[in-house]
Design a protein around this ligand. Structure first.
Ligand SMILES: [Zn+2]
Ligand SMILES: [Zn+2]
Length: 125
């Protein structure tokens, strides 16, 4: 590889691999591009601010278990039943919230993904 070609670090902070300039992730982390949701939708990411984190915490406190029948896992995700599509009112609407465990949340977003309808909320971080 040409030493003159500029390289930069993989977008994953802890990753030691170098990538070409203009490429975000090394081959190990290339799959992350698909889930790079907040950066592709910066206007949506803004919604996941302190108010959301407060609401999310409050919600999960009152609804600690996954709502999927027969699951019974501890919920870690405060999910929007209907995609808020960037609508802040819908985003903060407690009628539109449900508790999901990580597994069922992934299942839901994965499915929506496949149909190209909604986007993953990996962000419920
Ligand atoms: Zn990497
Ligand atoms: Zn579940």
């Amino acid at each position: 590889m040409s030493p003159y070609k500029a390289k930069k670090n993989c977008y994953v902070g802890s990753c030691p691999n170098l990538v070409e300039v203009g490429v975000k992730y090394c081959s190990v982390h290339a799959h992350k591009l698909k889930t790079d949701y907040p950066r592709r939708y910066p206007e949506r990411q803004k919604m996941y601010g302190p108010a959301w984190h407060k609401l999310r915490k409050w919600w999960l406190n009152g609804h600690p278990l996954c709502v999927i029948e027969g699951c019974g896992e501890v919920a870690t995700v405060c999910d929007h039943i209907v995609d808020h599509k960037g609508d802040y009112e819908k985003f903060m609407d407690i009628e539109n919230l449900q508790s999901l465990c990580a597994y069922h949340h992934n299942k839901k977003t994965g499915k929506e993904f496949a149909y190209g309808k909604a986007s993953p909320k990996s962000y419920d971080r």
